[in-house]
Design a protein around this ligand. Structure first.
Ligand SMILES: [Cu+2]
Length: 203
């Protein structure tokens, strides 16, 4: 028994070594090599040199029935150079803007972030309620908890980054990322894109 186990272990090692060395060559068309596509992939795809310029950690979208909502998460710059996100898009909304929350004459308002989101080299930029966020307007589809929403961010150099955010209830209050707009959540002025709510704005 011991001998058999040792032998099969040795055989396994030999096979592993064989398939590993086959990965580097042109023998991948052999049926034997195809049996373990995942092992082969993980063995050969190890170098991280082709990783994404930007990653999004824990992306989420505040649940909503319709109308406006926002996406949050942490943008992580994986490069040695500053990265700027200049625009966003999502099938969920025809109007996606990069927003910030700022003090405007003693009143906190949200507005398009001039110049976009800048992520320092090897640094991070947090999108969170009360701060920068990806604004979604004109949402016609309900976002439920757990919903998966696809996004595309475009960087200054034209590169795009795709990620999926998850629908999440946010108990901290609707107003946290839109302070100063009252509790109804309906009277917000979005710089002209509010449509039906125009006229109620800040003058
Ligand atoms: Cu906003």
């Amino acid at each position: 028994m011991i001998v058999r186990r040792a032998l099969s272990a040795g055989l396994l090692a030999a096979l592993t070594a064989a398939s590993a060395s086959a990965c580097g060559g042109q023998e991948t068309d052999r049926p034997a090599a195809r049996q373990e596509p995942q092992a082969t992939a993980s063995a050969t795809a190890a170098p991280a040199a082709t990783g994404p310029v930007l990653s999004v950690v824990d992306p989420w979208v505040k649940t909503t029935k319709k109308g406006m909502t926002a996406a949050f998460g942490t943008l992580v710059n994986n490069t040695d150079a500053e990265v700027t996100v200049v625009s966003g898009a999502s099938a969920l909304s025809p109007e996606v803007e990069l927003h910030e929350v700022a003090d405007s004459g003693g009143k906190m308002v949200m507005r398009p972030k001039e110049g976009g989101f800048v992520i320092p080299a090897r640094g991070t930029h947090r999108l969170q309620p009360g701060g920068d966020h990806i604004m979604l307007m004109g949402v016609t589809e309900e976002v439920k908890p757990g919903a998966e929403i696809a996004f595309t961010l475009t960087l200054k150099d034209g590169t795009t980054l795709e990620f999926t955010a998850v629908g999440k209830d946010f108990a901290g209050g609707k107003e946290d990322y839109q302070p100063g707009h009252g509790a109804t959540g309906e009277g917000m002025d979005h710089g002209g894109s509010g449509g039906a709510h125009a006229g109620e704005g800040n003058g």
